[in-house]
Design a protein around this ligand. Structure first.
Ligand code: NAD
Ligand code: IPM
Ligand code: MN
Length: 360
């Protein structure tokens, strides 16, 4: 799929803390390319509120064209109070939905891990959250976000059997690489669309993935279970809106939304973005946690087949956390740039050590 060893990345920093955290992700990606001997080229484009200001469109054609040509899209965050009065296609958030739809990235992967070093930062008790390792597989290009008709005061939640079967297969395949358990989350006690969801997930499971354990939870109970016993989950399969809500809830487990990365896959070009938004309350202060963005960079490298570099980034992030170097959301005093620089340094040092190890 990616024929050359120079991967072309389109960077969409966006609004608020988006540019602050993507700058650190790009810094770490560049260092990983140098250390691991592959090429990365970067091209930056306006997207979201800033693009609305400059072009009258949150997802202008020039940005669309660049994304369609890219090997991967690295995204910061979009939106903010300045554009909150905008409606319909002028909303920055709508630009993000169009980006996802036009790239066909229907599968949004949101891993949530709670290493022991971070468990003390959780508002939940350490013994409850430490060791959590779950993956939310969120359907991303359908459901109530896109359902028609939509208009003032109403939206439509709808899924076709094909859409459900596609996202279910993604969840089952990921479960096979993990602990082989899928929990499908729906609202089948009330919504007809969820009844179809449950039926199709059950059929796909029976026909093709019977080696994986499947169970079903209603979304209200799933929200409670995630806080009560987060370690019970392996892969959580769910619809667009439920996945959006559950992933911010899951951010309480490691103690900060700033920790969570994501990958949106399913088309030719993947989109890699932290789960958080533009954080207007801290934008411009230089204190946003860049680790969600940096770890999204690692997921981007996974997708491009640069596994060693991706793992090295994850190791360096883990070392930085263990060393107690943290932004204020995790109780530390480091700046966004300091954390980026520490991750970069750790990555380069471990790559150098590896080379020396090979020589001797
Ligand atoms: P948010 O995720 O921006 O912020 C929620 C809270 O988490 C805030 O207190 C914020 O300071 C904190 N936070 C978020 N990321 C952080 C980080 N990296 N480091 C430290 N703290 C962090 O959610 P919101 O305030 O509801 O939304 C703000 C804007 O962002 C809205 O316009 C919304 O539509 C948009 N948004 C965009 C995306 C995206 O671009 N993918 C995602 C979510 C929200
Ligand atoms: C997310 C965000 C987006 C979503 C918004 C900004 C459109 O909250 O990626 O989680 O709801 O998908
Ligand atoms: Mn969200």
């Amino acid at each position: 799929m990616h024929s050359t060893n120079v991967h072309h990345i389109v960077v969409l920093p966006g609004d608020g803390i988006g540019p602050e955290v993507t700058a650190e992700a790009v810094r770490v990606l560049k260092a990983s390319a140098r250390s691991f001997g592959f090429g990365l080229s970067f091209e930056t484009h306006d997207f979201g509120g800033i693009a609305l200001d400059r072009f009258g469109d949150p997802f202008p054609e020039s940005t669309q064209d660049a994304c369609l040509r890219a090997d991967a899209v690295l995204l910061g965050a979009i939106g903010g109070h300045r554009w909150d009065h905008e409606k319909g296609v002028r909303r920055p958030e709508r630009g993000l939905l169009t980006l996802r739809k036009s790239l066909g990235v229907f599968a949004n992967l949101r891993p949530v891990t709670v290493p022991y070093q971070l468990a003390t930062r959780s508002p939940l008790r350490v013994e409850r959250v430490a060791g959590t390792d779950l993956l939310i597989v969120r359907e991303l290009t359908g459901g109530i976000y896109f359902g028609i008709p939509r208009g003032t005061g109403f939206n439509t939640m709808c899924y076709t059997e094909a859409e459900i079967a596609c996202i279910a297969s993604v969840a089952f395949r990921w479960a096979r690489k993990r602990s082989k358990r899928v929990t499908s989350v729906d609202k089948a006690n009330v919504l007809e669309v969820s009844q179809l969801w449950r039926e199709v997930v059950t059929t796909v499971h029976r026909d093709s993935y019977a080696d994986v354990t499947l169970d079903h939870l209603y979304v209200d109970n799933a929200a409670m279970q995630m806080i009560l016993k987060p370690r019970q989950f392996d892969v959580i399969l769910t619809a667009n809106l439920f996945g959006d809500i559950l992933s911010d809830l899951a951010a309480t487990l490691p103690g900060s939304l700033g920790m969570l990365p994501s990958a949106s896959l399913g088309g030719r070009t993947g989109v890699f973005e932290p789960v958080h938004g533009s954080a207007p309350d801290i934008a411009g202060d230089g204190i946003a946690n860049p680790l969600g963005a940096i770890l999204s960079g690692a997921m981007l490298l996974d997708d491009l087949g640069e596994d060693a570099a991706a793992n090295a980034i994850r190791h360096s992030v883990s070392d930085v956390i263990t060393a107690g170097l943290r932004t204020p959301d995790l109780g530390g005093t480091s700046s966004t740039q300091e954390i980026g620089a520490h991750v970069e340094r750790g990555l380069v040092a471990s790559a150098d050590a590896r080379l020396i190890g090979h020589d001797t």
